[in-house]
Design a binder for this molecule. Structure first.
Ligand SMILES: Nc1nc2c(ncn2[C@@H]2O[C@H](COP(=O)(O)OP(=O)(O)OP(=O)(O)O)[C@@H](O)[C@H]2O)c(=O)[nH]1
Ligand SMILES: [Zn+2]
Length: 307
């Protein structure tokens, strides 16, 4: 594997596009190529001014239209727009180094990732939890919540300070903690036969967790993000991201399962109880299970029998 002089994996943003969402704000979906695998890793970016350095770098011979088509534009596209590097309607203009073509970030048009502590989630693909409504894990819930937290100023139920519309969800294609969907389905069958999530991986001769978050780190750096508030309970994720250089995790924002504090919300199943217990007891996740969930005060009703 080739790494840069700073020991980083090489990533390159191939394209980005604005995606209006059903949840409120537009997001900017970034698709990345890299030099360690052929997968299409993604960054879901909240905030038009968070700019990928590799996407915005000027390329020899390209036209302004080429730049708009691959998403390297400032502001907003509209029918008939001709210049990518300048949005005259919004009064925004980008500057570039005339020799290297590199974007010269200016705080009026580009998010300062040193000055701001950016809310970030580094998420691993989970087809079952995100698409097939699985109640075996809380990946879908965590994904949705990360988006809501980044969009809001603060979450009323927990008091967590949100991203106020600025933040990033890095979406890594490492399904099943890196073992792939087919092997994860086999692990689920072993779990139904009595194994926990750790044992199931080992029985299939896979590592307990084979994930590598260095791609996530390289993507954040490409987006100019350096000081982060990381949404996670996973200490290994924090350790990998914080490996010098360039990223400083200024805060861990815990992701407490919604069902733990709200009886009628979040994911509730026998399977997810086992999944979370294994994470806490065997994988060192920074979660503390409440001793008793939703302890109800029992009220005694006295029925008066008509005589
Ligand atoms: N092998 C295996 N992978 C699973 C299982 N359940 C979920 N996953 C995968 O686990 C990954 C999510 O990682 P988690 O360990 O749940 O959470 P995390 O991202 O490490 O930690 P948090 O940041 O705290 O959410 C996704 O790739 C899921 O596909 C399972 O039972 N077996
Ligand atoms: Zn999952």
């Amino acid at each position: 594997m080739t790494r840069s002089s700073e020991g980083l994996v090489e990533v390159r943003c191939v394209a980005r596009a604005r995606i209006p969402t059903t949840q409120g704000p537009d997001i900017f979906l970034h698709l990345y190529a890299n030099n360690i695998d052929n997968k299409e890793h993604l960054a879901i970016v909240f905030g038009e001014d968070i700019r990928s350095r590799s996407l915005f770098r000027r390329r020899v011979g390209e036209t302004q239209r080429d730049r708009m088509v691959r998403g390297a534009y400032v502001g907003k596209l509209y029918p008939g727009r001709e210049i990518a590097d300048e949005d005259d309607r919004l009064g925004l203009k980008l500057e570039f180094d005339s020799e290297t073509g590199e974007l010269i970030p200016d705080s009026r048009s580009t998010w300062d990732g040193y000055d701001h502590d950016t809310l970030v989630r580094i998420h691993s693909e989970c087809y079952t939890g995100e698409t097939a409504w699985s109640a075996r894990c809380d990946c879908g819930e965590q994904f949705d919540r990360a988006g809501r937290l980044i969009a809001c100023d603060h979450e009323a139920s927990t008091g967590i300070v949100g991203g106020s519309g600025h933040g990033v969800i890095v979406y890594l294609r490492q399904e099943g903690r890196g073992i792939g969907l087919g092997e994860k389905l086999k692990a689920y069958n072993l779990q139904d036969l009595g194994a926990d999530t750790v044992q199931a991986n080992l029985l299939l001769e896979h590592p307990v967790d084979g994930r590598d978050f260095s791609l996530g780190k390289a993507i954040l750096i490409d987006l100019g993000i350096h000081n982060i508030r990381l949404l996670t309970n996973n200490p290994d994720k924090i350790a990998q991201i914080e490996q010098p250089p360039l990223i400083n995790c200024v805060e861990r924002v815990a992701m407490i399962p919604i069902h733990w504090s709200s009886e009628n919300a979040g994911i509730h199943s026998v399977e997810i109880e086992g999944y979370l217990t294994t994470k806490i007891e065997r994988m060192g996740h920074l979660l503390q299970k409440p001793l008793k969930l939703h302890s109800k005060t029992t009220t005694t009703t006295t029925t008066v029998n008509p005589a």
